[in-house]
Ligand binder design. Structure first.
Ligand SMILES: Nc1ncnc2c1ncn2[C@@H]1O[C@H](COP(=O)(O)OP(=O)(O)O)[C@@H](O)[C@H]1O
Ligand SMILES: [Mg+2]
Length: 462
């Protein structure tokens, strides 16, 4: 039984789409109700019809008992052959030996003998007398005898049959209606899901994330609308990320074209090195080496930028103080002419992060500060510990160079953006874009501002 039920459940889950299943369950539920109501109505009608007849039978039995006090077993009155005739009545003895020689018309079963013996309560039965349907009451009479009274029940039986037919018809109509209703409910109920599916399929087929699902007017939201809304949000994100990727590829190929052309020119020049003086050859190969390094740096930066989240396994508790000292040391070897002044608090400042990526971020800031700052003037790096439960730690890098002009300030974090004055210096314009990306991946905000007294100030707030 339970195995059968499990199998049924499996079939239910596996067979057919959601729409069919919904239609089937609605149909089944409504049909069950329709059939149940009809069956109940049938029972009520039947018992009401019999009640009338049973009442007449009880009355007839009382009359017969009053008329013929203590009659011997045998027929008392009437023949049950005529429809309008009064009830026919017969007396039945508890002992079959006392039965009259000619048996009466009404059937005598063992239960009637029990009633005669006083061991059983009166009861009603449906019988057939002379080929006609009849209803009979068997009730107690005198000692050792029972009285059986019968009435033809044609009209009642006909009424019941008619009622049965009508109710059957009603139930059938109910089932049909249920099926229609189930179909309709599944269609209208799942229409938004169908729209959702269609949009998803269209996107899968066209690979175009610009499609959106139409939403109903506000105020009529339901679960499916919420699903559609999040689906649309997801599509928006997808579209944005695809656009960003395309932009990156377009920008990258554009930016790579110039250095690659210069590289090719130098390479071609060196290929004909027999026609160059040793001095020219020297210069060309130095330029080639520099351009190669530049392109390599650019490509590396691009790869960094194309990376997304920080890989979780690499995240650890990073001591920012030590990291700042380390980066400043590296910058000092790189830029011997620039003094780097570092202020870190005595207590350790720790944030979760990837040390190599944070070094890269800070390295970029120090590199810019040294590159754009004025020779001999210091670059100041300051780390401020956060307040527990309040503001997080903050790192600032400032230089004493020309600073960033107000019209460049909103763009310095854009990819490949380089202010006019910076074009003469080496660089790709990717450094700050990458720095901001790393900061965001660490849930930190990297901003640029003009330092009081001149120079640029970069602020990294965790
Ligand atoms: N410390 C700074 N002082 C002045 N300008 C700066 C400073 N740092 C960045 N910038 C400006 O922001 C631009 C973008 O910086 P970045 O992304 O690091 O590119 P890159 O260093 O390759 O030029 C620079 O080209 C420059 O114009
Ligand atoms: Mg830079």
């Amino acid at each position: 039984m339970s195995r059968g039920r499990r199998r049924l459940g499996r079939i239910w889950r596996r067979r057919g789409p959601l729409r069919t299943r919904l239609a089937l369950s609605v149909t089944a539920a409504v049909a069950l109700v329709a059939v149940g109501v009809c069956a109940a109505a049938f029972l009520v009608v039947r018992s009401a019809l019999y009640e009338q007849l049973d009442l007449s039978l009880t009355q007839s039995a009382r009359l017969a008992a009053q008329r013929d006090q203590g009659a011997a077993p045998g027929t008392l009155a009437g023949e049950c052959r005529f429809l309008a005739a009064p009830a026919c009545a017969e007396v039945v003895a508890a002992d079959p030996a006392k039965d009259p020689a000619t048996p009466g018309q009404l059937p005598v079963d063992p239960a009637a003998r029990e009633v005669a013996a006083g061991r059983k309560a009166p009861y009603y039965t449906n019988i057939t007398v002379a080929g006609y349907p009849a209803r009979m009451l068997t009730t107690d009479y005198a000692k050792g005898r029972a009285l059986q009274v019968a009435l033809r029940a044609d009209t009642v039986e006909d009424g019941i049959e008619e009622a049965a037919w009508w109710l059957l018809l009603t139930a059938a109509a109910g089932v049909l209606l249920a099926a229609l209703l189930g179909y309709w409910v599944s269609r209208t109920g799942l229409a938004p899901v169908a729209r959702l599916t269609a949009t998803a399929e269209r996107i899968a087929a066209t690979r175009d994330a610009r499609h959106r699902i139409e939403l109903p007017p506000p105020g009529r939201e339901d679960e499916i609308t919420r699903l559609a809304t999040s689906f649309n949000t997801m599509l928006g994100e997808l579209e944005q990320s695809i656009a960003a990727q395309r932009q990156l590829v377009a920008d990258a190929s554009h930016e790579l074209r110039t250095p690659l052309t210069a590289l090719r020119t130098n390479a071609e020049l060196l290929a004909r090195s027999d026609r160059l003086t040793p001095d020219q050859r020297e210069r060309a190969s130095a330029a080639l080496g520099r351009q190669l390094r530049e392109v390599t740096g650019l490509v590396n930066d691009l790869i960094e930028l194309a990376r997304d989240e920080e890989p979780q396994p690499l995240v650890e508790q990073v001591g920012l103080g030590a990291l700042v000292e380390h980066c400043a040391q590296a910058a000092r070897t790189h830029w011997p002419a620039v003094p780097f002044h570092v202020h870190v608090p005595a207590e350790p400042v720790v944030v979760p992060g990837v040390p190599a990526r944070l070094s890269r971020l800070l390295g970029n800031l120090l590199d810019n500060a040294a590159k754009f700052g004025r020779d001999g003037l210091p670059v100041e790096v300051e780390l401020v510990a956060g307040v527990p439960g309040g503001r997080g730690p903050e790192l600032t890098v400032r230089d004493h160079g020309p600073g960033i002009s107000p019209q460049d300030l909103p763009h310095v974090f854009d990819r490949f953006y380089r202010a006019g004055a910076a074009r003469a210096l080496p660089g790709s314009g990717l450094g700050l874009a990458m720095a901001r990306q790393i900061a965001r991946a660490h849930s930190a905000e990297l901003t640029a501002e003009a330092a009081p007294g001149g120079g640029a100030l970069f602020r990294l707030a965790f």
